[in-house]
Design a protein around this ligand. Sequence first.
Ligand SMILES: Cc1cc2nc3c(=O)[nH]c(=O)nc-3n(C[C@H](O)[C@H](O)[C@H](O)COP(=O)(O)OP(=O)(O)OC[C@H]3O[C@@H](n4cnc5c(N)ncnc54)[C@H](O)[C@@H]3O)c2cc1C
Length: 295
Amino acid sequence: MSVVVDAPPSRRIKELEVMVADVLVETPDTSTLVFFTGNDHLEYSAGHFLTIDPHQFEALERFTAFLEDLKGKREPPRAYSMCSAPHERYLAVTVKEEQYMSGATKYPPLLSPMLVKRTVRGMRLVVTGFTGPYIMSPDIESQADHIVHICAGSGSVPNFSMLKYALVSYPRLRHTFIYSNKTWRDVIFRDALTELERRNPDRLRVIHTLTREPDVSLCGPLVRKGRISAAMLQDLVPDLSSCIVYVCGPGISKWDREAAKERGDAPVPRFLESVLADLKTLGVPNARIKRESYG
Ligand SMILES: Cc1cc2nc3c(=O)[nH]c(=O)nc-3n(C[C@H](O)[C@H](O)[C@H](O)COP(=O)(O)OP(=O)(O)OC[C@H]3O[C@@H](n4cnc5c(N)ncnc54)[C@H](O)[C@@H]3O)c2cc1C
């Protein structure tokens, strides 16, 4: 992973008690939690994440203890990228509910179903933040004039924050935002992205591509069908190798690696690995690719 850190993490990381000011339903399985943070000064960069410890929720106590018994280890805090940007008034995260598929998923997901479906206004929780290497370097305008965002599912969250921040703070940058989802109703920030594009017609182009939508022509003239591929990237961004590319989405998890090892084969590449392979094919230098895996 390319690491750009603009301050020692120790200065930034602290526990904050926040209150849920609003819950915005983005899609059937995804919600944005808007936090009221009082007068605390929030020092974070677009692209950073915070963590939420599941042990703080009384409603999850038995389930957490049961999973810890099954797994034989303590459940760690979960990471959530901020969808809000540093110049905005509220702190917010966007959480997609992890699914349990009988026979395919080893354990039921612990925290995300509760955050998405059972969080209400006024609820208090403790978050720890802020950190992460998936951010823009302050001198990014001297490195490129075109930023390409390649995201899938909730991988759009940190990129949405970086996009909003860059449109305000780095006027020389233009952006192409390529966003893959299963269907049109799975697209997170759909209206907000359309509005940003409308307000910045010379600086932002948003391209949606849908893998399981039967008829993409019903979703709009510019919506594509299928997975992101090298051919699609080359077609959309002819100057790709001079851009800085931010890729975020599902990647091979350590559980996938362990399961593959037990089977005696290699883990199946997911979105992140497949896009990185495409970028390599297209000759994009590794140093110009920033990546974050939600595996
Ligand atoms: C840097 C970063 C930023 C992230 N930002 C976001 C974000 O903005 N929005 C978002 O929605 N998500 C984000 N995520 C993902 C998020 O942190 C959680 O992983 C996700 O919400 C699932 O958590 P969960 O508690 O619901 O599921 P979990 O309980 O963690 O389960 C998830 C999967 O892992 C498997 N699993 C868990 N433990 C084991 C084990 N011991 N052995 C084998 N398999 C196991 C389960 O079977 C299940 O399939 C981010 C992740 C990272 C690393």
